[in-house]
Design a protein around this ligand. Sequence first.
Ligand code: DQA
Length: 144
Amino acid sequence: MSSVSIIHGPNLNLLGKREPEIYGSTTFEEVLDQLKSSFPSSEFSYAQSNIEGEIVTLIQEHGFKSDYIILNAAAYTHTSIAIADAVAAVPAKVIGIHISNIYKREEDRHVDLLAKYCEACLFGFGLDGYRLAMEYITRHENEK
Ligand code: DQA
C-alpha cells in the first residue's frame, strides 16, 4: 500500500470550468474518483491552495508522511524558490505534473524551478497525466 498525496496550486480548483480548451472539462474530483477506483492499492489524499506559503506547508506536512507527492504547483512552478526548496527538503518522491505542455506555451511558462528536485515530471498529457503518474508509482512499488 503506497500513500500518494496530490497537491495542487493556484487556479486548479477551477478545473472543469477554467479554459477547457487547455485544461479539459472534467473536474478534479472526477479525476480523483477515477484514480481511486483504478489504483485501489494506493491511499490518496488531495489538497489545493491558491496561496504560495500554504503550498509550502502542505509539501512539508505531506512530504514526511506520504511515499509520493504528485505536485502541480501551477503558476508557482515558474516563480517559486520557496516551493522548490520545500520539494528538495522532503523525503517523499515528488512527481511534478502539468496538464498542458508548458514548453509549447508562453515563454514565462518555460521555466520550471521545481523539476530538478522531482523524481520525474510529466507535462502535456492533459488530465491523463495523473493516471500515467500513478502507473509509474505502481510499477515502482511492485518492483520493490
Ligand atoms: C499548469 C501550467 C501552468 O503554467 C499554469 O499556470 C497552470 C496550470 C498545467 O497544469 O498545465 O495553472 O500547471
